[in-house]
Design a protein around this ligand. Structure first.
Ligand code: TYD
Ligand code: MG
Length: 451
């Protein structure tokens, strides 16, 4: 096969050069040049239609395929994707190394035993994949495994096997003969992904691509892929904990605020359908420094335990440390407590922990954070049947939060008896079994809880 013509393009300003250069002559940025194909075939120039060209069609004549989703036999994954996998879609499953992407993908492949799956791995050998399948305790005669990285060869195998779903682990290992750069480089990743995109659109076979993201998101790959693929799923979580969150970042065929929660067990990933149940420990009754927040991630409400420890600072500078919560926000809340509620927390160390290693960005847990801190500071436990949902403003006011009705319903479902919310949060007609206590300022909440 003749080599294609390539050119080096600055990823910052788009300037071109025939050879790689360190510094862009146009924008002055360093290390921004990457190799890109400019012509695949020198003969196809001029106004000629390519094989893949299609004709304009009236939109009313196009038959909708919305009902034809593929059930992938996992309630969480089906829901996240908006009701199943869309035929002909290209899905990117991204995440840090070791988070469980290969496990999730293989588990999916092995569970779908009425469909023909081709699982292509450029990272693991046949034996390693078999070992993983043994660990998952799953088998599927319809799941074919291929250890290959060359995209041209992969297409030959796809033609021979004609699978219903293709899984590729990972896009960073793919390589095309047409570009000389090494696998994982921007041009290789982009070229391979766009060929897979064309393939999936033409054949209606869905392709699931796995992509790595480093801690700082620096590895070129998934980031540039995001605009090529139809759906981007991000698998995240703390390596020290067993809980993993699968988040939808982009979805051309479904909602984007869905999340799925999984637990990494010894034999694979288990779906967690009731996260509130596991994120609240049962044995913290009568313990000070514990409060329960009614939080939301995307559109999913759940209850989570917030733990605080306040102790006297033995060294000059008081320590503040958080897990799963923004430390700057904690400092802000402490400043509000100091100013508005008269607490001298400057002489105290404050440690804050969100249960399960889950990161919460929802401002509605502010009230719960403040109550946990005060509970630890007073050494008075908060009744475990009370939960909280409210943002705390700079002047100590409790501010309304979004989707309060969903939060209240979830708290009710989990058997809570009271929920503390902002005094102007709830719509007048809303009815619920759970007792709703409205608080205007943190002073009111303190009075209510600790007398
Ligand atoms: P893996 O799927 O290989 O991660 P990725 O493909 O995202 O790099 O999973 C890595 C971790 O998961 C590894 O530390 C081992 C652990 N694991 C389990 O705890 N249970 C299991 O059943 C499997 C297969 C893996
Ligand atoms: Mg892997």
């Amino acid at each position: 096969m003749p080599k294609s013509k390539t050119v080096y393009v600055c990823q910052n300003c788009g300037a071109e050069a025939s050879k790689w250069v360190g510094k862009c002559h146009s924008c002055g940025k360093w290390n921004t040049y990457v190799e890109e194909i400019i012509q695949r075939n020198s003969k196809t120039s001029g106004l000629k239609f390519s094989e893949t060209s299609s004709n304009p069609v009236s939109i009313s004549e196009i038959t909708s395929t919305s009902e034809k989703r593929i059930d992938i036999k996992s309630a969480e994954l089906n829901r996240i994707l908006g009701g199943g996998l869309v035929p002909g879609s290209l899905v990117l499953l991204g995440g840090e190394p070791g988070i469980g992407k290969s496990t999730l993908a293989l588990q999916l492949a092995l569970n779908l035993n009425d469909l023909k799956i081709l699982y292509i791995s450029g990272e693991e050998s046949y034996q390693q994949i078999k070992l993983r399948a043994n660990r998952l305790n799953l088998g599927n005669d319809n799941c074919f495994v291929l250890s290959e990285i060359l995209i041209e060869n992969i297409f030959v195998h796809i033609q021979n096997i004609s699978p219903d779903i293709i899984i590729i682990d990972s896009v960073q290992t793919l390589q095309t003969e047409e570009i000389e750069s090494s696998p994982g480089s921007v041009s290789q990743v982009r070229e391979c992904a766009s060929r897979l995109l064309k393939f999936s659109k033409k054949t209606s076979i869905p392709v699931i691509l796995i992509g790595h993201i480093t801690k700082d998101g620096s590895l070129a790959g998934p980031k540039i892929l995001e605009h090529i693929v139809d759906t981007v799923l991000l698998f995240e979580g703390d390596h020290n904990y067993v809980y993993r969150i699968l988040r939808v970042i982009k979805n051309r065929f479904g909602p984007t605020s869905e999340i799925g929660i999984f637990e990494m067990q010894n034999s694979g990933l288990k779906e967690i359908t009731n996260p509130s149940q596991i994120l609240i420990s049962a044995d913290t009754e009568n313990m000070s420094g514990v409060s329960i927040a009614a939080t939301m991630d995307g559109i999913r409400p759940f209850l989570i335990e917030v733990q605080a420890l306040v102790s006297s600072a033995v060294y000059g500078m008081p320590q503040r440390s958080t897990t799963g919560f923004d430390i700057r926000r904690l400092n802000m809340l402490l400043a509000v407590l100091e100013k508005k509620a008269g607490f001298r927390l400057a002489t105290k160390d404050v440690f804050l922990n969100i249960a399960g290693g889950i990161k919460v960005n929802d401002p509605a847990i502010d009230l719960s954070v403040i109550c946990a801190i005060l509970s630890s500071s007073f050494d008075k436990p908060i009744n475990k049947k009370i939960c909280f949902a409210g943002e705390v403003g700079l002047s100590g006011e409790i501010r309304p939060v979004n989707r309060i009705e969903q939060r209240i319903k979830e708290a009710d479902k989990q058997g809570f008896q009271k929920i503390l919310i902002s005094n102007n949060n709830i719509s007048p007609g809303f009815k619920s079994k759970i007792e709703i206590t409205k608080v205007k300022k943190i002073e009111n909440a303190i009075k209510y809880l600790f007398k």
